[in-house]
Design a protein around this ligand. Structure first.
Ligand SMILES: Nc1ncnc2c1ncn2[C@@H]1O[C@H](COP(=O)(O)OP(=O)(O)OP(=O)(O)O)[C@@H](O)[C@H]1O
Ligand SMILES: [Mg+2]
Length: 655
């Protein structure tokens, strides 16, 4: 880069051509800033305040080049210190007048005046400042593109805010700090790595841009970095971020739901139109019994199996209409195969037979009990063993809450194996108290059926009749027989007959209490896990505390309510061929209020006896029953019923 005289231009034209002068009229502030007597030298000083930062930077670079050219010139090179800024830039060689500011300003006019190249005009001279147009023309275009010295336009990348108009009217030019010249040594240093600059951390973007953050859309493009006016020419421009990623497509995670919604909506509309509120259920065809004889295979874990209906499985409609139904609409398929059985009394679901494994309740006893007379044991077994038909829960009319309590608190704990070795034992004694004929013994039989146990029945009056010694002997034999046949249920009715409070003249009354308590302690203790003792009494108040505490559960068996009475009557009359209409049955239920189950049975027997129909020559009529009502009545008084309720509140287990 050498300056030639033919390319020289008048120095007074140079600033206008090569500086980004946006205004030729200095502002009043600038005028005031001019030093006295220095207008000629510094009349362009205000102009560089108005140039853009990029232009000033490029100008600095250019000056640096010129410094470098001077240093590289073949002429006798003065010492670097001989080009002191003060002397050189002020245009007066040897001018010792220092600039006031800490950093020298750019008095361009004085600079040109002091250029040695302009005076010598020798070819190959150093790059004096007057040779800047030549330098601009010789420099590669990209290096100086856009600058005020050689570029076609003056910093087009800057907005209006950088054009000089941002200066406030009262702005005072900082002559010493406007544009500090960078040290030439810094310019001579090797360029830093690409992408690194003075503000490297700020603009040191990764080559590929920032990766998109998961879960968010494309990041908005960061603000474009300014063109780094102070970067050296060899620095690479910051890597621009890639173009904003196209907008993310709509989330597809709901495509399944959307597709399903389309199908399900269609199906829903069809089902609702065809089946209405029952669209969720479908007839389940009968399944082949499992190999082990169970009604349901073990792998079938469907819900609501007992009632024969189950939630509609996918494709079940097609199966029903195609594979099983043969196109027959679902609503004409009839009742389900596994529908609930017609319960004679109330809708208490019939339970499955007792399972083969009875948990801790079944503990077989191999050897006969010691100390028990074999004759007595044989007598008890033959006389007291109940071989009646099994009694299911549905055979007991009414008593829904009581049956549920018995099942949950007695049957299930007994049938369930112990949770852990030290788990508490389920109750082995239960007391059922209530009016006579209320169904206490019936419930005892039902418990034996549910437990799959052998039922042994004892009556307190029967035990006490032969005397205390004989009664105790029989009592011990009964418990021994129960232990020999586990699981077994020992049903002791009229329990109060064994207690001393009884005043019916039986001599043995009260004498059997001690043997009873001893048998309860031994027969229902840890050594007799397979025995359940069910005591019943219509006089719970006769039980002393010791006897009462021997029974872990105490349930009140109340008289049957209206619906239960109707069911008991229907069953009893059906056995005699009597069929009452609804009105007659309702009137009969109304007229038997306060009757127990046993008394309702007596009523039907009395009606048949009164009609003189021992051989069922004709069915019973309502009039026969009306006539029997005059002879059979409830025995439990309201006072007695209140006493039961009170005792139940005090000692009952509740249900
Ligand atoms: N809830 C009931 N459902 C059907 N039958 C019943 C019901 N309650 C009582 N019975 C019938 O009444 C009769 C007497 O019942 P049960 O012997 O069980 O009464 P109880 O309470 O034991 O009387 P008691 O106190 O005199 O021993 C039985 O034939 C029984 O079938
Ligand atoms: Mg009884």
């Amino acid at each position: 880069m050498h300056w030639t005289p033919e390319h020289a231009q008048p120095l007074n034209q140079w600033p206008e051509q090569h500086l980004d002068v946006s205004s030729t009229t200095p502002s009043p502030a600038h005028k005031l800033e001019l030093p006295p007597g220095g207008r000629q030298r510094c009349h362009y000083a205000w102009a560089h305040d108005d140039i853009s930062a990029l232009t000033a930077s490029n100008l600095l670079k250019r000056y640096a080049e010129k410094y470098s050219g001077v240093l590289d010139s073949p002429y006798e090179r003065p010492a670097l210190g001989g080009y002191g800024d003060a002397a050189f830039l002020n245009g007066a060689k040897g001018d010792p007048e220092p600039w006031p500011g800490p950093e020298p300003p750019y008095p361009l006019a004085s600079l040109h005046e002091g250029l040695p190249g302009t005076k010598s005009g020798s070819g190959g001279g150093s790059g004096g400042l007057g040779g800047s147009p030549v330098l601009a023309g010789n420099l590669p275009e990209p290096l100086y593109a856009g600058n005020a010295c050689g570029g076609p336009s003056a910093a087009p990348e800057y907005g209006a805010g950088y054009g000089g108009g941002y200066l406030a009217p009262g702005y005072c030019a900082q002559t010493g700090t406007a544009l500090p010249p960078p040290p030439p040594a810094a310019l001579l240093q090797p360029p830093p790595p690409p992408g690194y600059g003075p503000s490297g951390p700020l603009y040191n973007y990764p080559a590929g841009g920032y990766p998109a953050q998961p879960g968010y859309g494309a990041l908005p493009p960061p603000p474009a970095p300014p063109p780094a006016p102070y970067l050296t020419s060899g620095l690479a421009a910051p890597t621009p971020l890639p173009a904003p990623a196209p907008p993310r497509p709509a989330p597809t995670s709901y495509s399944f739901q959307a597709a399903e919604a389309g199908v399900s909506l269609k199906r829903k509309a069809a089902d609702e139109g065809a089946e209405g509120r029952y669209r969720k259920y479908v007839y389940e065809p009968a399944k082949a019994p499992a190999a082990d004889g169970a009604s349901y295979p073990a792998t079938d874990n469907g819900e609501c199996r007992g009632n024969g209906f189950r939630p509609k499985p996918p494709g079940a409609a097609e199966e029903a209409s195609g594979k099983y139904g043969g196109g027959v609409p679902l609503k004409v398929l009839g009742s389900p195969v596994y529908g609930p059985q017609l319960e004679p009394f109330e809708k208490f679901p019939e339970r499955a037979p007792a399972p083969a494994t009875r948990g801790g309740f079944a503990v077989p006893s191999a050897e006969p009990p010691k100390g028990v007379d074999p004759g007595a044991l044989e007598l008890v077994t033959s006389k007291m063993l109940d071989c009646g038909p099994p009694v299911q829960w549905a055979d007991v009319a009414g008593q829904g809450a009581l049956k549920a309590a018995l099942e949950e608190e007695l049957v299930w704990p007994l049938l369930r194996p112990p949770a852990y070795p030290g788990s508490p034992r389920p109750p082995r004694t239960v007391l059922l108290f209530g009016p006579r004929g209320a169904g206490k013994a019936l419930l005892g039989r039902c418990l034996a059926t549910q437990l799959g146990a052998t039922l042994l029945r004892l009556r307190g009056a029967t035990l006490a009749a032969p005397g205390a010694a004989e009664g105790a002997h029989l009592l011990q034999a009964a418990f021994a027989a129960a232990r020999c046949r586990p699981p077994s249920v020992l049903l002791i009715s009229e329990l109060d007959a064994l207690l001393p409070a009884r005043d019916d003249g039986i001599a043995a009354a009260g004498a059997l209490q001690a043997p009873l308590l001893a048998c309860l302690d031994g027969g229902c203790g840890a050594g007799a896990d397979g025995v359940l003792v069910v005591g019943t009494t219509s006089r719970p108040a006769a039980l002393d505390e010791a006897t009462r505490r021997r029974f872990a559960l105490r349930f009140y068996v109340a008289l049957p309510d209206g619906p239960a009475r109707g069911q008991i009557l229907q069953r009893a009359l059906a056995q005699q061929g009597c069929a009452l209409n609804e009105r007659e049955l309702a009137a009969l239920v109304q007229g038997t209020q306060g009757f127990s189950g046993g008394e309702l049975g007596q009523l039907c027997q009395q009606a048949a006896a009164g009609a003189g129909l021992p051989g069922l020559q004709r069915p019973l009529s309502y009039k026969d029953l009306e006539a029997a009502l005059a002879k059979v009545g409830p025995r439990a008084s309201p006072k007695d019923l209140d006493s039961y309720v009170e005792w139940d509140k005090m000692y009952g287990s509740g249900h």
